[in-house]
Design a protein around this ligand. Structure first.
Ligand SMILES: O=C(O)CCC(=O)C(=O)O
Ligand SMILES: [Fe+2]
Length: 211
């Protein structure tokens, strides 16, 4: 049976070294050194090898909204499979509900402007992206390296800025207790000023991922 959001939050909160960002508006956890530097290096190489321009759902007319590159990581690759299994075990999130793992790469000047990860229920892309698996429930993201300047993730509704750090995991619940999308999850992958930023993102859905 699928765990509730309360169960998931309790599981993550119980892992050693996990910090819950204090806010009544959203459930956001930070875990440093979730991945080792060696694991991060391996994922960076895969992202470099397979990157393509990032895309957005619900296009808003701003061509500079998300300027990064994305890599669809192959779950058949043992390194990718191992990381996916670790994420599921750490969070208690059902791997069957997970979208394929993605990597994101930001060169200098690239960013992902303030957005939420869920699909807008009345947006034009909702049926296309959500009719099978439902909306995004949880986001798990891991920084694979440190930038020299810039590239932090800013959660603007709660005024929290998280700095990239090799292996650091972020996990948050995209829904409110009544299971509607939580606008307070809005976040901005800020411009990299020096260096290159790499992250992986794993999104979980309300229902099993079926395509
Ligand atoms: O790169 C970041 O800091 C945020 C990435 C992000 O929000 C996303 O991929 O949805
Ligand atoms: Fe995001």
């Amino acid at each position: 049976m699928q765990s509730t959001d309360t169960d998931i939050a309790a599981t993550i909160a119980g892992r050693p070294g996990v910090q819950r960002v204090p806010s009544p508006k959203l459930t956001l956890f930070i875990a440093r050194a979730f991945l080792t530097p060696a694991e991060c290096t391996e994922l960076v190489a895969l992202i470099d090898a397979g990157r393509r321009p990032s895309t957005v759902a619900d296009y808003n007319g701003d061509n500079a909204f998300r300027t990064s590159e994305t890599c669809d990581l192959d779950g058949a690759n043992p390194a990718v499979a191992a990381v996916e299994a670790r994420i599921a075990a750490f969070t208690g999130l059902d791997p069957k509900h997970g979208e394929p793992l993605q990597g994101q790469r930001y060169a200098i000047g690239q960013e992902f402007k303030a957005h939420t990860d869920y699909f807008e229920p009345d947006g034009p892309d909702f049926a296309r992206f959500c009719s099978v698996a439902g909306n995004r429930s949880w986001t798990v993201m891991v920084y694979l390296n440190e930038t020299e300047a810039g590239g932090a993730t800013r959660f603007k509704a709660i005024d929290k800025i998280v700095q990239p750090e090799t292996g650091k995991l972020l996990a948050w619940n995209n829904r409110r207790p009544d299971l509607t999308p939580n606008p307070s999850t809005i976040h901005h992958g800020m411009k990299v000023r020096a260096g290159t930023k790499y992250v992986i993102t794993k999104w979980f859905r309300e229902r099993p991922w079926g395509w």
